[in-house]
Structure formats: structure tokens, C-alpha cells
Design a binder for this molecule. Sequence first.
Ligand code: F6R
Length: 617
Amino acid sequence: MCGITGYIGFREAYPVIINGLQRLEYRGYDSAGIMLYDGNQIQLAKTKGKVSNLVEIAKSDISTSGVVGIGHTRWATHGVPNDVNSHPHLSQSGNLVIVHNGIIENYDAIKKELITRGYTFKSDTDTEVLVNLIEEIKTKENVKLGKAVQIALNQVVGAYAIAVFDKEKPDEIVVAKLGSPIAIGVGKDFKEFFIASDASPFIEYTKDAIYLEDEEMAIIKKGREVNVRKIKSDKLVDSNIQELQLNLEQIEKGGYEHFMLKEIHEQPRAITDTFRGRLLRDEGIIKMAGVEDNMKKFLNANRIIIVACGTSWHAGLVAEYIFEEFARIPVEVEYASEFRYRNPVITEKDVVIAISQSGETADTLAAIKLAKKRGAFVFGVCNVVGSSIARETHAGAYTHAGPEIGVASTKAFTTQITVLSLMALRLARAKGTMSSSDYRMHLQELELIPRKVEQLLNVDGHVKEIAKEYLLSTNCLYLGRGYNFPVALEGALKLKEISYIHAEGYPAAEMKHGPIALIDDRMPVIVIATSKGHYEKVVSNIQEIKSRKGKIIAVVTEGDTTVKEIADHTIEIPEVEEAFSPLLTTIPLQLLSYHIAVMRNCNVDQPRNLAKSVTVE
Ligand code: F6R
């Protein structure tokens, strides 16, 4: 969480940094701040709230000229979101300035020590402690900024991506990384550099980027190559410049009112991109390099353990049904945050699949490290190319959904399920647990999904009408069975996170073990009742809700007549093979949450208290 950005070069730094912060707001939006050096003085503006608030304040409070600066958008960890706790933070002398994404765990002990040496602190943040520790080392050891940062980082415990500026050395910015991401955009002939938590802030300026690895730092100077070194050993490492695949269009709203709506509508394209080069229907094969290269590991696995958080965990639950059904491999799905702390039994015969859109989720990353330590083979399913999880896993498959900027995950979910379905099918074929005719049939079915999603998106207007009736609800129940039980969980998560309506997802049959007590004429119940998935049983559940006066919104297969007669509203999805139905049933639930949230005037793309990339545990 938190986004950091910076610029050093020949352009005015202010618009570059502000624009960059706006693109990084998905990482946190509790407060924002900027430091510019105008060639003479440090100009600092920071405020609680969004980057737009910062822009207002900066207009009157600072001179916005200068060709070097750093900025920050915050998701609060230490200290409430207020102006003082906002970044950048100044050192006691006022010469050093820092922005930080991460947590310094031993900040309290360092702070006490610094207080005994005469330091005073204005904020409650761990970051202000770090910048003063750097200053103390710089003064006491009489070293340059880079060396002082390095010594300080060897004393701290925790996670960080930092950018540090020293007024006495205004032609350089020092950056370092452990656990939180940092990318350096390299301008032509090294005449300018961009610093950011991901490449989106500098995509229109350069396609060349260096991604720092954990425990690496760099001193960035105009006109010079970037020297990357190890923080611990001081060893220089090869600063591998990568060519970015991202383009500007992908990170703009493209005429939609919100990123979430754009991303919902991008799903046909995103799923197609996820298939590309992998699902070869004419040849009747699936080709996935990460799976082919490690086929023995998968085939000899005693079980697959899936680790993930939030929506990605829901995709893992869908995968559990698919892998067990198709490939007959036992699957366990774990919350990464629980797995990492409960001393799980893991052996070399386990395959761990880590699912993460951002590839930066701290708990998932820690679960991967634990599994690796215990000898398991770890496979990543990530969206963000080059992310920490993509690098930490032994092998993997990208989802190719393109940048997901809305905080509520949509296209990442469906493309994760797509990748996992391809994997399950490939393994089923290799294990011989699926006949070749079934295999071909499934390939054909899967290939039709983008077209069906496209067709399904036409329900948008109908779903919007339904949303109008339920926008004042305070509670909602989501029910589904089999493959669609995880979709019920996901539907409930989407509603609560963007509309702040309390919602619960349940396997439909569990309703009578408790939740049924909640049903009355004010309780909307969203039921997934597709024709092939335990249909009659779900219809009985719908009857039970109806006889208790619950309001029923049912997702049914086109042509359904039975549920239509009982439910208050029905939303039709195209006919689909049951195992792939989550790729369709989830779409109307995304749209329903979206419209309810918009009608409730909620900030759909940046819901309160949340951040897109959860890099703290
Ligand atoms: C919900 C949502 C979160 C994420 C979770 C994991 O819409 O986006 O629940 O799914 O924080 O994030 P990743 O997939 O980046 O590891």
C-alpha cells in the first residue's frame, strides 16, 4: 500500500509527480504529499485526503517549479490519516526528505534511541523515524546520503520502498527496496529519471525501466547510469533495463465513468488475451510453458495447495472444484494470511499455487516463501508482470488481464479462473482423467466464453433497474452451490466493499443451518440457479426463501421458466458448461454491485479504507 513517485531531470517535476500520484491512488488515498526543490529551497505540501486536495493546497502554499521532486499517496498504517502524518517527511535539520511505502517494525526502539540524542518528532509515523536515523548516521559517520541510507537500512526491520532527497545533494535521489515495489523509469541518455511504485506514472515518458529487487538500492543522478547495489553486501548488481509492455490507453478510463465499469466490460477481451497462444482449439491442445516445463511436479503431486487472499482466494475456491473434477488431484485452498502463521504440513510432494492480481500481496508472498522453504514447488498465477510474486515463484502463468485499476477486482477474477481452468484441463489430459472427446468439448466450450460474456454484458440496463430497488438495503444474502458457491462469496464481497452494504455469501444448502433466520421481506437474496448445477435443489432453496417473504434476485440460464415464476427478478446467462459457469454468473453480480454503489454515491473505484495492493500484513 501507499504509492511513491519521484522525478529528476530537465522537465518541471510538479505535473509529472501529481499525474503519477493520481495513477498510483489505487494504492492508497488517505493522504497525499509532494516535495519539490526549486534550486534554492525545499517546497513541501501535504494534506489529508486525495491528490485532488493536494493540488488545491499546492496552488496556494508552494512554488511548484523545480526539476526534482518526490511524492506520496498514503494508505495509513502508523498514525491516523492527517496532514502531519502525511508524507513526505523531513528530517530534524530539514535537509533530508523521504517518502516511504511499507512498515518499519522496529521504529519504536529506534525512535527512543534518537530521542535520547535530542531528536524530536512531529508525526506518529515510522517513516519520520527512518529519515532521522539516516540523518543521524550521515552526520555522525560523516558519510554521503547513499552510504547513510545503506547503513540505516541495515539497522531496520520491516518492509520498504523509499525515495530520499538531500538538499545538500540536489542532483540525486536515493531509492531502496525490500518487500514493497519500486520501478525506475530511465529517460533518453540518462538525462531524466522517474521513480514510482509501478510503471504507470511514467509510461508516456519512457518504455525503459529498472525494477529493483529486494534488498537493493540505487543512487539516481542525472546524466549517469543507475548503479544498483546490494544493501547488505554493497556489491554492485547488473541494472537490468526492461522494455515496458504497458501503454497509456490501458490505464485510462476510455470513456467509461469508472475504471470498474471499464474493467467489467473488458472481460471478453481479457479472457481472450488469457487464452492467446495457450488454447489451440484446432490442434486440440493447451500449451502453457510453466506447466509443460514442470509437468512431472504436477503429475507427481500428492495435492495442490492454493494460497491467496480476497477475490483471488475466491478464484482459488473455483479452481478447487475444477482441478478435483477434471484432474482428480486433491486441492486445499488456504487464506495466505492463515497459512503463513499456522505451521502447515507441507512436503516436497506438494504443489502450491499462489494467486494474486497485484503480485504484491504481503501475506501471499510470505506464504510462498514458507512453502519454498519447506521444499514445495510453487507456481504463481499473477496479473502484474514482473511483480514480486511472479519473481518469487518457481514458475507461473500470467493472466494477461491488463492493468486493473478499480480497487474492486473484476477482470482479474475471471482471468484467474480462465488460467486455472486451462491448467486443470491440461493436467487432466496429461493424467488421463478426461477422455479426448471430453477434452475437446471443454476446449470448445472454453473458447466460446468471451463471446458469451460479451452477450451477457447486454443485461447491464436490466441489472441497473434491479439495482434501483435495492439501493437502500442494509443486508444482502448471496447463495450458490458447487462451482457457484465461490461466486456467491465473490458477489457478496463486491457489494460490501464498494457499496458498504453488509452482505454474506453461503452455499445454498447451508442456508437452513442458520442464515434462514435472517430472511424477511426486507432481505434481498441473490441466488445463482443455473440449469446444470444442482438445479432442483437450488429451486427448493428459492421456495424456502419465498415462503419467508425474502426478495429473490435469481441468476438463471436463458429459457428458464421455473425460477422465473417464483423469483422477484431473474437475470439470464447464456447456456454454458457448468464448470465454466462462474465466468458468466459473476458478471451480473459485478454489475449489480457497481450500480448499487453508484446510486448510493459511493466512490466505486476507491472505496473507503481499501487499497488495491495490500503490501502490509
Ligand atoms: C476485492 C479485492 C481484494 C484482493 C485481495 C488480494 O475486490 O480486490 O480482495 O483480491 O486484496 O489481492 P491480490 O489478488 O492482488 O493478491
